[in-house]
Design a protein around this ligand. Structure first.
Ligand code: GDP
Length: 265
């Protein structure tokens, strides 16, 4: 298999000096010092696990013979989806938002997992199911474009309505461009069906600090004023630098019921 990239494992991150380590593990906290004094940052720290919880989560994402992590199957229709046997999370977002890169980063300690991408225009988009041992499944949903094709809406709608083992939807937003009009397609669906979800800001290594702050604050305001089902803490990730990836592994482990006690750090 491929070698894991640097900082894919917590043990590598722990060797960094403190401020760099915080930036990788808790990227949102790193931004706090640049906010206007008085900004409400309580929502920045709702999910703030300690090292032990981060390590237990990482173990789930590390495959071995007794704990296989596999691509299971693809489906274009719900009757082709694998049985809903395990708690599940799904990843949804605009095409090019960095969804496959993020899933690859999450699974980087299981290098045999192949995260397929079907980007050929005109090709039928599929839901890809991954199984993480006997603990949970992760679904890569098709990306949506500036015109959400009807088959996308139908597929995702059916999935969100029918999938009773779905514990959380992760809605990816591009950290460079922020929330876009097309993201409302997904947000409206999630809100309408009352599906719990959380927003994940991608490619944060590519955004300047100013742009990142603007997008973070805009999204937090949006979530506060316009949503019911969205977790108030935004997750920031870079699949290149691995910032936020460890925390997101921990959040996924937590929402799928595989990490009961998450002690704060
Ligand atoms: P998808 O269509 O949502 O699956 O998006 P991809 O994962 O294929 O990413 C789209 C483009 O953004 C690719 O060129 C990636 O290399 C790039 N990209 C994805 N994630 C990151 C990131 O965290 N940082 C940077 N700098 N580029 C990224």
């Amino acid at each position: 298999g491929r070698a894991s990239p640097p900082l894919a494992a917590l043990s590598q991150v722990m060797r960094l000096e403190r401020s760099r380590r915080t930036a990788i593990v808790f990227p949102l906290q790193k931004l706090e010092r640049y906010l206007v004094p008085g900004t409400d940052t309580a929502r920045f720290r709702l999910f703030q696990p300690g090292l032990a919880a981060l390590q237990r989560a990482e173990a789930l994402f590390r495959s071995d013979r007794g704990h296989p992590i596999d691509y299971v199957s693809s489906a274009v229709r719900m009757d082709h989806a694998p049985p809903p046997a395990l708690p599940e999370v799904c990843f949804i977002g605009r095409s090019n938002v960095g969804k496959s890169s993020l899933i690859r980063a999450l699974f980087s300690l299981a290098p045999e997992v192949e995260v397929r991408v079907s980007k050929t225009p005109g090709h039928t988009k599929k839901m890809n199911f991954f199984k993480v041992g006997k603990y949970f499944t992760l679904v890569d949903m098709p990306g949506y474009g500036y015109r959400a094709p009807q088959d996308f809406v139908e597929m995702v709608e059916a999935y969100l309505q029918e999938r009773h083992n779905l514990k959380r939807t992760l809605l990816l937003v591009d950290g460079v461009v922020g929330l876009q009009k097309t993201d409302n397609i997904a947000i409206e669906m999630l809100e309408e069906f009352g599906i719990p979800y959380v927003m994940v800001l991608t490619k944060i290594d590519r955004a300047s600090r100013g742009v990142l702050l603007k997008n973070v604050l805009e999204i937090q305001e949006f979530v506060k004023n316009n949503t019911q089902g969205c977790f108030p803490q935004l997750f920031l990730v870079s699949s290149v630098e691995f910032s936020g990836v460890h925390l997101l592994r921990c959040f996924v482990a937590h929402v799928t019921g595989n990490l009961r006690a998450v002690k704060a750090s």
